[in-house]
Design a protein. Structure first.
Length: 141
Protein backbone atom coordinates (compact mmCIF):
# COMPACT_ATOMS: atom_id res chain seq x y z
CA UNK A 1 0.00 0.00 0.00
CA UNK A 2 1.08 3.56 -0.64
CA UNK A 3 -0.47 6.76 0.66
CA UNK A 4 -0.42 9.99 -1.31
CA UNK A 5 -1.66 13.11 0.44
CA UNK A 6 -2.27 16.18 -1.73
CA UNK A 7 -2.93 19.49 -0.03
CA UNK A 8 -3.63 22.79 -1.81
CA UNK A 9 -2.38 25.92 -0.03
CA UNK A 10 -4.07 28.81 -1.87
CA UNK A 11 -2.24 31.51 0.12
CA UNK A 12 1.06 30.15 -1.21
CA UNK A 13 -0.39 29.07 -4.59
CA UNK A 14 1.18 25.65 -4.09
CA UNK A 15 0.19 22.04 -3.91
CA UNK A 16 2.06 20.04 -1.31
CA UNK A 17 2.37 16.31 -1.92
CA UNK A 18 3.42 13.79 0.71
CA UNK A 19 3.96 10.26 -0.52
CA UNK A 20 4.45 7.30 1.83
CA UNK A 21 5.64 3.90 0.61
CA UNK A 22 6.84 0.89 2.59
CA UNK A 23 10.61 0.67 2.21
CA UNK A 24 10.63 -3.07 1.47
CA UNK A 25 8.01 -2.69 -1.27
CA UNK A 26 9.81 0.25 -2.85
CA UNK A 27 13.12 -1.57 -2.77
CA UNK A 28 11.62 -4.60 -4.56
CA UNK A 29 10.00 -2.37 -7.18
CA UNK A 30 13.14 -0.34 -7.87
CA UNK A 31 15.30 -3.44 -8.10
CA UNK A 32 12.87 -5.04 -10.55
CA UNK A 33 12.62 -1.87 -12.66
CA UNK A 34 16.33 -1.12 -12.74
CA UNK A 35 17.48 -4.76 -12.75
CA UNK A 36 19.83 -3.87 -9.91
CA UNK A 37 20.17 -4.83 -6.29
CA UNK A 38 19.71 -1.58 -4.38
CA UNK A 39 19.58 -1.45 -0.63
CA UNK A 40 17.62 1.61 0.41
CA UNK A 41 17.31 3.28 3.79
CA UNK A 42 20.70 1.87 4.77
CA UNK A 43 24.23 3.21 4.71
CA UNK A 44 24.65 1.17 1.49
CA UNK A 45 22.00 2.98 -0.54
CA UNK A 46 23.32 4.56 -3.76
CA UNK A 47 24.60 8.11 -3.48
CA UNK A 48 22.29 9.11 -6.34
CA UNK A 49 19.21 7.58 -4.68
CA UNK A 50 17.24 10.86 -4.72
CA UNK A 51 17.48 11.04 -8.52
CA UNK A 52 16.45 7.36 -8.75
CA UNK A 53 13.43 8.08 -6.55
CA UNK A 54 12.49 11.18 -8.52
CA UNK A 55 12.69 9.34 -11.85
CA UNK A 56 10.50 6.56 -10.46
CA UNK A 57 7.92 8.96 -9.01
CA UNK A 58 7.75 11.03 -12.21
CA UNK A 59 7.10 7.85 -14.21
CA UNK A 60 4.41 6.54 -11.87
CA UNK A 61 2.60 9.55 -10.40
CA UNK A 62 1.19 12.31 -12.59
CA UNK A 63 -0.91 15.28 -11.59
CA UNK A 64 -2.94 17.28 -14.08
CA UNK A 65 -4.50 20.55 -12.94
CA UNK A 66 -7.14 22.32 -15.03
CA UNK A 67 -6.23 20.13 -18.04
CA UNK A 68 -2.49 20.91 -17.77
CA UNK A 69 0.04 18.28 -16.75
CA UNK A 70 2.09 19.74 -13.91
CA UNK A 71 5.62 18.85 -12.96
CA UNK A 72 6.66 18.91 -9.36
CA UNK A 73 9.72 19.79 -7.37
CA UNK A 74 11.33 17.11 -5.22
CA UNK A 75 11.67 18.76 -1.80
CA UNK A 76 13.18 15.81 0.04
CA UNK A 77 12.70 12.47 1.68
CA UNK A 78 13.00 10.79 5.03
CA UNK A 79 12.69 7.29 6.40
CA UNK A 80 10.43 6.63 9.35
CA UNK A 81 8.96 3.41 10.79
CA UNK A 82 9.66 1.24 7.71
CA UNK A 83 8.28 3.95 5.42
CA UNK A 84 9.95 6.10 2.81
CA UNK A 85 8.31 9.52 2.91
CA UNK A 86 8.69 11.85 -0.06
CA UNK A 87 7.87 15.55 -0.15
CA UNK A 88 6.95 17.16 -3.47
CA UNK A 89 5.60 20.57 -4.40
CA UNK A 90 3.82 22.13 -7.37
CA UNK A 91 4.12 25.93 -7.55
CA UNK A 92 2.17 28.74 -9.21
CA UNK A 93 -1.31 27.25 -8.90
CA UNK A 94 -3.77 30.15 -8.92
CA UNK A 95 -6.91 28.02 -8.56
CA UNK A 96 -8.08 24.46 -9.05
CA UNK A 97 -11.29 23.64 -10.86
CA UNK A 98 -10.30 20.19 -12.13
CA UNK A 99 -7.79 17.62 -10.96
CA UNK A 100 -6.68 14.38 -12.61
CA UNK A 101 -4.26 12.10 -10.80
CA UNK A 102 -2.73 8.93 -12.19
CA UNK A 103 -0.97 6.72 -9.68
CA UNK A 104 0.49 3.37 -10.70
CA UNK A 105 3.16 3.14 -8.00
CA UNK A 106 4.32 -0.40 -7.21
CA UNK A 107 1.94 -2.00 -9.72
CA UNK A 108 4.75 -3.66 -11.68
CA UNK A 109 5.76 -5.76 -8.69
CA UNK A 110 2.50 -6.02 -6.76
CA UNK A 111 -0.56 -6.76 -8.94
CA UNK A 112 -2.94 -6.32 -5.98
CA UNK A 113 -1.36 -3.02 -4.93
CA UNK A 114 -3.66 -0.36 -3.47
CA UNK A 115 -2.60 3.28 -3.69
CA UNK A 116 -4.60 5.43 -1.30
CA UNK A 117 -5.10 9.02 -2.36
CA UNK A 118 -6.21 11.69 0.12
CA UNK A 119 -6.97 15.18 -1.12
CA UNK A 120 -7.59 18.46 0.64
CA UNK A 121 -8.45 20.90 -2.14
CA UNK A 122 -10.64 24.02 -1.94
CA UNK A 123 -11.78 23.14 1.59
CA UNK A 124 -13.00 19.73 0.42
CA UNK A 125 -11.65 16.37 1.52
CA UNK A 126 -11.75 13.40 -0.84
CA UNK A 127 -10.29 9.91 -0.65
CA UNK A 128 -9.74 7.31 -3.35
CA UNK A 129 -8.24 3.86 -3.60
CA UNK A 130 -6.43 3.35 -6.89
CA UNK A 131 -5.58 -0.12 -8.15
CA UNK A 132 -4.37 -1.88 -11.29
CA UNK A 133 -7.93 -1.68 -12.68
CA UNK A 134 -8.39 1.95 -11.70
CA UNK A 135 -5.20 4.00 -11.77
CA UNK A 136 -6.80 7.44 -12.27
CA UNK A 137 -8.93 9.77 -10.23
CA UNK A 138 -10.83 12.71 -11.78
CA UNK A 139 -12.20 15.44 -9.51
CA UNK A 140 -14.11 18.61 -10.41
CA UNK A 141 -14.31 21.47 -7.93
Amino acid sequence: MSLTHIYYVPEQKTIQVTLRIFIDDLELELNANKKKNFEIATDREPKKIDSIYLEYIINHLSIEINNHNKGYTFIGKEYENNMAIFYLEIKNIEQISQLKIENNLLLNTFPNQENVLKLHINNQNNSYILTRNRTKAFINY
